[in-house]
Design a protein around this ligand. Structure first.
Ligand code: 2U9
Length: 339
């Protein structure tokens, strides 16, 4: 029995030496000290011993158990210490190492200019209104006083889904929806995608972007229109920018005009940007046609308003001197990364 106990002590310690993990140590503890452990077996055999031998072997057996438990505890501490060191090692951040470069994307040039335009009008108390790109013929043409035979209704110009549904050709239907669902005063801009079946070339794309605006209230005049758009031009193109309005025609505004700004590249002396004229056409505008007010349930005898519309792609190309609209949609990072 004594040799057995020493054998148990020896082999348990040998096994602990090669024990690498806490699980292995637990196995060793169970193997020797567990309910069916070798030492427990020996203790169960104590009954066969003489009453002289029993206390001696008993004492030895307890010493062996304590020694094995002590050795196990030390080994557990060692392994836990090593595991902690390994974790610290693994988790140590070498602050001298270059950080992980999170490639930050670029705002698309159209978004950059649109955000600028939005902040200018929000600064003048306008709200942003948005609406469906798939629209009804009623909201896109009828409500906007466009005669049944108006060329813009032609199949050649407009993407029709069917007789009643189309892809909007301007964001004006958004304003129609707002006018129909809310009471004046109204002061909104409606940015968004529009669709016209144009041939793709450097300045035309079947999908393009517009920013339109609408102000409805009491005694809103052409002076309000000119003042508002003059401020807009100075904020977007620079305080020295001058504006001028040329008479024009739109079915949804009367009187109508196109607004030019003094060329922000040559200051008006004439250059390639303004084709030598010193002026650049920026947008169309006008006083909301009484038929449109009426159609939208607003009494033209009480209320009046002005509206305007600009091509966002065109303004972005002018401002950032981009000479081909296709660059906006080809997602070539060499182009996008410049902005
Ligand atoms: C309502 C009433 C009137 C919006 C307007 C323009 C003038 C205009 C062009 C800009 C560039 C179209 O894409 S473009 O060629 N738009 O010139 N748009 S007034 O007039 C409205 C809109 C809504 C209810």
């Amino acid at each position: 029995m004594r040799e057995k106990l020493n054998e148990i002590l020896k082999s348990s310690k040998e096994e602990m030496v090669s024990g690498k993990s806490l699980q292995e140590l637990e196995q060793i503890r169970i193997k020797y000290l567990g309910k069916k452990g070798e030492l427990t077996q020996v203790l169960r055999g104590m009954g066969k011993l003489s009453k002289e031998e029993r206390p001696v072997i008993g004492k030895l057996a307890n010493e062996v158990r304590e020694e094995i438990e002590e050795a196990l505890k030390e080994k557990v501490t060692t392994i836990e210490e090593n595991e902690k060191l390994a974790r610290i090692e693994k988790e140590t951040i070498d602050v001298t190492m270059p950080g992980k470069v999170n490639k930050i994307g670029h705002r698309h040039p159209l978004t950059l200019v649109l955000d600028e335009i939005k902040s200018i009008f929000i600064g003048m108390g306008f709200k942003i209104a948005e609406g469906p790109e798939v629209e009804t013929v009623y909201h896109n043409f009828d409500a906007l006083n466009a005669p049944k035979d108006h060329p813009s209704r032609d199949l050649s110009d407009t993407f029709y889904i069917n007789e009643e549904i189309l892809l909007r050709t301007q964001t004006s239907p958004v304003q129609v929806r707002v006018m129909k669902n809310s009471k004046p005063p109204i002061r909104i801009i409606s940015p968004g995608r529009c669709y016209r079946s144009d041939e793709i070339d450097a300045t035309h794309s079947p999908m393009f972007h517009q920013v339109e605006g609408l102000v409805i209230g009491k005694d809103i005049s052409l002076a309000d229109l000119k003042g508002t758009l003059d401020v807009f031009a100075k904020r977007l193109f620079g305080t020295s920018t001058k504006t001028k309005f040329r008479p024009h025609y739109f079915p949804f505004t009367e009187p109508s005009a196109e607004m030019d700004v003094s060329c922000f590249k040559c200051g008006g002396s004439g250059c390639r940007m303004c084709k030598g004229s010193g002026w650049i056409e920026i947008l169309g505008c006008g006083m909301v046609h009484p038929n449109v007010l009426e159609e939208c349930g607003i009494d033209p005898e009480v209320y009046s308003g002005f509206a305007f519309g600009m091509g966002l792609d065109r303004i972005t190309m002018l401002k950032l001197e981009i000479d081909d609209i296709r660059l906006f949609f080809e997602n070539d990072m060499r182009f996008i990364e410049q902005f």
